[in-house]
Design a protein around this ligand. Structure first.
Ligand code: ZN
Length: 258
C-alpha cells in the first residue's frame, strides 16, 4: 500500500470501487447497508411507540421521540451530479412528518485523509442547500470536528466530499451534528407555552439510564407533528429503545438569578 498522499482522482477511484460493492444499479432498490434510517414511534414494531404515546387532546399529537440516524440533504442540482442528469430522489420510506421521506439513494461521505462513510441515506424532498447530519462518533470516524448546529445553519461549518454512482460533489460547508430538537405545531406551542427557538428539556426514563437532556431547540411549523429528534449517540446514551417514559419539561431559569 502506497504511503503517498492520494490526489482527488485516486480517492474517487477508491471510493468508486467501494461503492460498486455497496450499491446496486439505479432502480435496484436494495438497501444493502441496513443502516437504520429514522426509527418512527408510530409503528407497532418500535420499542418506543407505546411509552411515547401519551394521551393527547384532539388538537395535539402524542409525544414521539425518534432517533435521526446519519443522513444527507441534497439540492436538486447535487442529486443530478451524484445520480445522473434528470435524476430524482425515489422515496423508500415515509418519515413521521408528512411529506418527508427517506430516499432509496445513498451517498458516500468522504472526510479528510480518505476516511469515509460508504452509505449515508439521503432524505427528501430536496432542499436549497446540501447538508450532512452526523453523530459525534461519525465525526470521529471521519476525522471531522463536528459543530452542533440547528439544521440549516451551516455558515462556516466543515465541508466534505459526497460521492454517488454518477459523480462527486465537494461541499465547502454543511457537515454538522444537528442540535437536539423538538418539532412542534401551533397546538403544541400553546400547550407547552413556548415559541420557536426556545429551549426545553427532555426527560427519559429507561432502565439504569434515566436522563434529562437539556437544550432541545423548539422548531415550530404549521403542519408539524410533535416529535423529538435525537441522534444515534444520544439515543444510545439514554437507552431510548428500552425507555418506559418520555416527557418534555420546560427549562426554568435558575432561581438564584445570578
Ligand atoms: Zn428534526
Amino acid at each position: 500500500m502506497s504511503v503517498a498522499t492520494p490526489n482527488v482522482d485516486q480517492v474517487q477511484q477508491i471510493v468508486r470501487e467501494v461503492l460498486q460493492k455497496h450499491l446496486r444499479p439505479s432502480g435496484g432498490a436494495t438497501v444493502a447497508s441496513g443502516i437504520p434510517i429514522l426509527r418512527t414511534g408510530g409503528g407497532s414494531a418500535s420499542a418506543i411507540s407505546a411509552p411515547t404515546v401519551a394521551p393527547a387532546n384532539a388538537s395535539r399529537n402524542p409525544l414521539v421521540v425518534n432517533i435521526s440516524a446519519r443522513h444527507v440533504h441534497l439540492t436538486q442540482e447535487h442529486v443530478e451530479i451524484l445520480f445522473g442528469p434528470g435524476a430524482q430522489l425515489s422515496p423508500e420510506k415515509d418519515l413521521y412528518q408528512d411529506g418527508y421521506f427517506a430516499a432509496k439513494e445513498t451517498v458516500a461521505v468522504v472526510g479528510p485523509r480518505r476516511r469515509m462513510l460508504p452509505s449515508v441515506r439521503v432524505l427528501g424532498p430536496c432542499r436549497n442547500d446540501s447538508q450532512v447530519e452526523l453523530a459525534f462518533t461519525d465525526g470521529i470516524s471521519l476525522g471531522i470536528d463536528l459543530p452542533v448546529r440547528i439544521s440549516g445553519d451551516v455558515a462556516g461549518t466543515p465541508g466534505c466530499l459526497l460521492m454517488g454512482p454518477h459523480g462527486v460533489v465537494e461541499l465547502q460547508q454543511g457537515v454538522i451534528r444537528a442540535m437536539r430538537h423538538v418539532h412542534m405545531g401551533p397546538g403544541d406551542l400553546a400547550h407547552y407555552g413556548v415559541q420557536d427557538g426556545d429551549l426545553v428539556n427532555l426527560r427519559i426514563e429507561s432502565p439504569s439510564c434515566t436522563t434529562v437532556l437539556e437544550d432541545l431547540a423548539v422548531r415550530a411549523g404549521k403542519d408539524i407533528k410533535l416529535e423529538v429528534h435525537l441522534d444515534t449517540d444520544e439515543g444510545n446514551a439514554v437507552n431510548l429503545e428500552k425507555a418506559t417514559k418520555v416527557e418534555l419539561v420546560k427549562s426554568e431559569p435558575c432561581s438564584c438569578r445570578h
